[in-house]
Design a protein around this ligand. Structure first.
Ligand code: SAM
Length: 242
């Protein structure tokens, strides 16, 4: 467990709730400032993901959580919901440095397309994901463009699409284009699994805090919603969609 996680656990035990709440909000604001894109339009991304430093790339992926605990909790949620079976074709969309792809491969012999729009994150992923998995083709690291260029080949064939800590950051107008394209890749019994915040950084009016659920429901059928707290610093929300 990291020093920050230990300190957070101690604070949770020792500080009264009246102090913990404001402290958590200050930490949230500091992180938001740390990773904010300085010059942006109203409908642009709010968060910068292109950090050549692996330390910063990891920090922007999980602002508050302990890496090992949160990764285990995420993989446990995927398993509890029986989302991935051995031999499945999985898209880890917005894979970052490959945290979930790598963990998933350690649990399941599934084939994973690890997709990220950031060249820098994909470069980190090439160092993080098992090189033998990449060499064997069990994991392919792709840009979003490369994924959709293979749209005809992949259409209707993907068993599970994971969006872990990703969707909340994508501006709503981009989601309205992206979600139907992802849905088209799903096999007839395929599932799209979203885990993260339940509100958007950027809605169609350029505001933050709009709920994720109506955007999802516009494009997919929501089969179940869950809340997860064990292993996470803050409650995470998930949706299983078809
Ligand atoms: C917070 S990180 C999460 C990374 C990873 N899913 C994890 O949980 O470890 C969000 C990632 O989504 C990627 N991303 C954001 N918008 C994207 C988009 N439209 N298409 C593909 N990737 C995107 C970012 O580059 C970043 O690597």
């Amino acid at each position: 467990m990291s020093l920050r996680t230990t300190a957070r656990h101690a604070a949770r035990r020792l500080l009264p709730a009246a102090v913990r709440g404001p402290l958590a909000r200050i930490e949230q604001r500091l992180n938001a400032v740390r990773f904010t894109i300085p010059d942006r339009g109203r409908l642009d991304y709010r968060v910068e993901f292109d950090y050549p430093s692996l330390r910063k790339a990891r920090a922007v992926i999980l602002w508050h959580d302990d890496w090992e605990l949160a990764t285990k909790a995420t993989l446990d949620a995927i398993d509890r919901l029986a989302l991935v079976c051995d031999g499945d074709l999985v898209v880890d969309y917005g894979c970052g440095i490959g945290r979930v792809t790598q963990g998933l491969r350690q649990r399941h012999p599934a084939r994973v397309l690890a997709v990220d729009r950031s060249t820098t994150m994909r470069a980190h992923a090439r160092g993080y994901v098992s090189s033998s998995d990449v060499a064997a083709g069990a994991v392919e690291i792709l840009s979003d463009l490369e994924l959709f260029e293979r749209g005809a080949e992949l259409q209707g064939s993907v068993d599970c699409i994971l969006l872990i800590e990703v969707l909340q950051h994508i501006p709503e107008p981009v989601l309205d284009d992206l979600l139907p394209r992802l849905r088209a890749l799903l096999a007839p019994r395929g599932r799209l699994f979203l885990l993260g915040n339940d509100s958007l950084d950027v809605d169609r009016d350029g505001n933050s805090g709009s709920p994720v659920e109506p955007v999802l429901a516009r494009h997919l059928q929501i089969l179940r919603r869950d809340r997860w707290s064990d292993g996470f610093a803050h409650v995470r929300h998930s949706f299983v969609c078809a």
